[in-house]
Write a protein that binds this ligand. Structure first.
Ligand code: SF4
Ligand code: SF4
Length: 62
């Protein structure tokens, strides 16, 4: 699963956008959105998000 941003936790700091080497995160109306086809699940965005607003949700499916 690609990264998922939980909008209500996001504070719009844009750290995730700057850290993503694949440029898979874009800001749309002040909210970062992951373009799932560009995301390689590197987890870099998840690690820099101070809000815990990003999950890479493999855990839910099994
Ligand atoms: S997991 Fe990696 S590739 Fe995917 S959005 Fe986050 S930083 Fe970008
Ligand atoms: S790093 Fe977290 S709080 Fe900051 S813009 Fe990205 S998702 Fe939102």
């Amino acid at each position: 699963m690609p990264a998922l941003i939980i909008e209500k936790l996001c504070r719009g700091c844009q750290r995730c956008i700057h850290v993503c080497e694949n440029k898979a995160i874009k800001l749309i109306a002040h909210t970062p959105v992951v373009q799932s086809d560009l995301c390689d699940e590197c987890e870099a965005c998840m690690e820099v998000c101070m809000q815990g607003a990003i999950t890479i949700s493999a855990s839910e499916s099994k």
